[in-house]
Design a protein around this ligand. Structure first.
Ligand SMILES: [Zn+2]
Length: 193
């Protein structure tokens, strides 16, 4: 079932890339899902306006359980929401979706490099993204995109160590998948499955 969910996302992304979107936001669908929701996948993604999971995976009302924060940073509210998806909604697939040229990752890189402190709670984001920026720095290639990929991996690592996720994964009831979205091609690449 987690694999089926992943296939649905990949097929939806292919429709989006091919300009053949067919997602259902009709009145009929709205009424059909009004009494209960059974989303087939959770997507933890970035707030970037160009990376809406429902659009890039061509999914309609009630299909996806979506949580978005800048740079897909985790906090307790995000974790609780993800756990709600696993326990209450029995969602079998959790995708951590980063994207090329993530502005949050870039802002954290710049702030860390300049040793500057961002205003108010934005500094929380910088602190949360610092390990990914550091890891990206040690890798070959484009540091910005390496940091994006490191952040996807680090979030997956952290999620897989939380008791609820760990138990669901061990029971074969949950799969964690990393993915990265290309702003130009519209394609989602699976980075870890
Ligand atoms: Zn972003």
């Amino acid at each position: 079932m987690p694999d089926q969910a992943l296939r649905r996302l990949i097929e939806g992304n292919a429709r989006f890339v091919a300009d053949k979107s067919a997602s259902d936001e009709s009145t009929q669908r709205r009424i059909a899902v009004a009494s209960t929701q059974t989303p087939f996948a959770t997507v933890l993604g970035c707030v970037d306006s160009r990376v809406s999971p429902e659009l890039i995976f061509d999914q309609g009302l009630g299909d996806l359980f979506v949580i978005r924060t800048a740079g897909q940073v985790l906090d307790r509210a995000v974790l609780g929401s993800l756990e709600f998806g696993v326990i209450e909604l029995q969602i079998r697939l959790l995708m951590v979706l980063g994207h090329q040229h993530c502005g949050a990752v870039k802002a954290a890189m710049d702030a860390l490099e300049a040793h500057s402190i961002l205003p108010a709670e934005m500094e929380y984001l910088v602190e949360a993204l610092a390990p990914a920026v550091e890891q990206g720095r040690q890798m070959d290639g484009d540091r910005w995109n390496q940091a994006v990929r490191a952040q996807i991996d680090l979030v997956i690592q952290r999620l897989s160590q939380t008791p609820i996720m760990q138990a669901a994964i061990a029971a074969g009831e949950l799969k964690l998948v990393g993915a990265c979205y290309d702003l130009e091609t519209g394609q989602v690449e699976i980075t870890s499955a």
